[in-house]
Write a protein that binds this ligand. Structure first.
Ligand code: SAH
Length: 451
């Protein structure tokens, strides 16, 4: 066993799930966050078990040629955000591509599928449109930033290089506002104090900005001062909202919103489609790559007038509306009621009357609709990480569509489901991975299947 707190030299021989470096010290396995394949590193042990240990890098002795400097300060290394920022971006993309290829082969047992190279971002920074910064006071010092990995201690930050740069100034303004007006900050232990989180949303095409103060009460003093600061210093600032969260919980936002300035909404576009974003509504966090992914899905769907489409797991209907621009009718199915409300609002906003949305579990709703005679000749699915339920896949096969487009956030369940459909006559010809989350190990892909 290795001793906790002590340092050991390790060679990194492999990369495991979540991008963790798998190191060896005299044959003993050590998991090292942030270590790259082929490196020799000194590791400080943070957890020691009989068969393995975990640790953090204290020194890189032999550097991988793919190691690059972080754009943010090294003190943010444990912020829990970027897992692979120190790995060259092209290499990140290659790893994502090979992960999809391997899962398709190993889990799906499928041959002859063309897995394209992952489509990455030209500039893989400053791409996120939504940020959540927890706020704490520790020993009198105000901290605004991100939780350290596996903890509720905050790393105080002044910038985050994957967020829109407007956030840097917003944090600065709110920091000054809290300090100079003696605004209280929430204390997780006592449940006392006002400000818990700062949440921001930015429309990437419209430049519109929403700032949300998550607070235990709506009575935050000097709000007009804050509004004036935001108005004068943040270009595109549209609305300030107080979101009330009085519960002792890790859930960031509560249900009640009070508009302090503006109407509590911003607008953004993906492609030609307009979306209304409110404090609680879901919206894809990387709008640039969302457009890339959905355009690919649309290309694979190859729609013509007369086509009827199912969009299963439709969320707020982003893909449904993309498809509705070309198809006769799109049926969206989604389990979250609020998401369906947003989908209907967005359909109206874009004057797409050829959409119908249904709330419920896909594995119940889709078979039921099919029994009632609702069918489609193109089916799109975009399931959560666990993939599609068999009832959904079975019903798709029964519908006998010309094409199935599978959008996936998890290559291993994608591979499993492609195998299931392959055995039932639907062959996948190609898969396009798209990088929605640079510097993370997540990979999205879109696959097309035909009968
Ligand atoms: N296509 C959507 C997002 C899909 S994410 C978009 O473009 O925005 C997966 C969605 O599946 C989530 O919205 C989640 O709420 C929904 N979901 C999860 N389990 C489900 C189920 N059993 N039935 C229907 N929808 C489900």
């Amino acid at each position: 066993m290795l001793e906790k707190g002590k340092k050991y030299e390790c060679e990194i021989v492999d990369i495991g799930k979540g991008g963790v470096g798998i190191g060896k010290h005299n044959g003993f396995t050590v998991f090292v966050d942030g270590a790259l394949l082929g490196e020799t590193v000194d590791v400080k042990i943070t957890k020691s078990k009989k068969k393995y240990a975990e640790g953090v890098i204290s020194k890189v002795k032999k550097k991988s040629i793919y190691r690059v400097d972080r754009l943010c300060s090294n003190k943010y290394i444990n912020c829990g955000g970027c897992q692979t920022q120190e790995l060259d971006y092209q290499k990140q993309l290659e790893i994502k591509t090979s992960q999809v290829r391997e899962d398709i082969k190993r889990i799906g047992g499928l041959e002859g599928i063309k897995v394209h190279d992952t489509l990455g971002m030209d500039i893989p920074f400053r791409f996120r449109n939504k940020a959540q910064f927890p706020v704490q006071r520790v020993d009198g010092k105000l901290k605004i930033g991100f939780y350290k990995k596996k903890s509720h201690d905050i790393i105080d930050i002044d910038k985050c290089v994957i967020q829109h740069d407007k956030n840097d100034i917003i944090i600065e303004i709110i920091r000054d506002f809290i300090e100079s007006n003696n605004i209280s900050v929430y204390d997780e232990k006592t449940g006392r104090g006002l400000i818990r989180h700062i949440v921001t949303k930015v429309g990437y095409t419209t430049n519109e900005v929403m700032v949300i103060l998550v607070s235990t009460s709506e009575n935050i003093p000097e709000m007009d001062k804050l509004v004036n600061e935001l108005k004068s210093k943040v270009e595109g600032f549209k609305t300030l909202v107080i979101n009330i969260n009085t519960k002792k919980t890790n859930v960031v936002m509560g249900y009640k919103n009070i508009n302090i300035y503006g109407n509590g909404k911003i607008i953004d576009y993906i492609g030609k489609l307009k979306f209304e974003i409110s404090p609680l509504s879901f919206f894809q966090v990387n709008p640039t790559q969302t457009e890339v992914l959905y355009n690919k899905a649309l290309e694979y769907a190859d729609l013509k007038r007369g086509d009827k489409v199912f969009d299963i797991y439709c969320g707020i209907g982003t893909i449904s509306l993309f498809l509705a621009q070309k198809a006769d009718i799109v049926y969206g199915v989604e389990i979250v009621e609020d998401a369906i409300k947003d989908a209907k609002i967005n359909a109206e906003l874009n004057k797409l009357k050829n959409t119908e949305f249904f709330v419920g579990k896909a594995e119940e709703v889709v078979p039921k609709l099919y029994k009632e005679g609702v069918s489609a000749n193109v089916v799109v699915v975009d399931p959560p990480r666990k993939g599609c339920e068999e009832e959904v896949l079975d019903t798709i096969v029964k519908m006998n569509p010309d094409r199935v487009v599978y959008v996936s956030c998890n290559p291993s369940t994608l591979a499993r489901d492609l195998k299931y459909l392959d055995e039932r006559g639907y062959k996948c010809s190609e898969i396009q991975p798209v990088d929605m989350f640079p510097h993370s190990v997540h990979v999205e892909s879109v696959a097309v299947l035909t009968k």
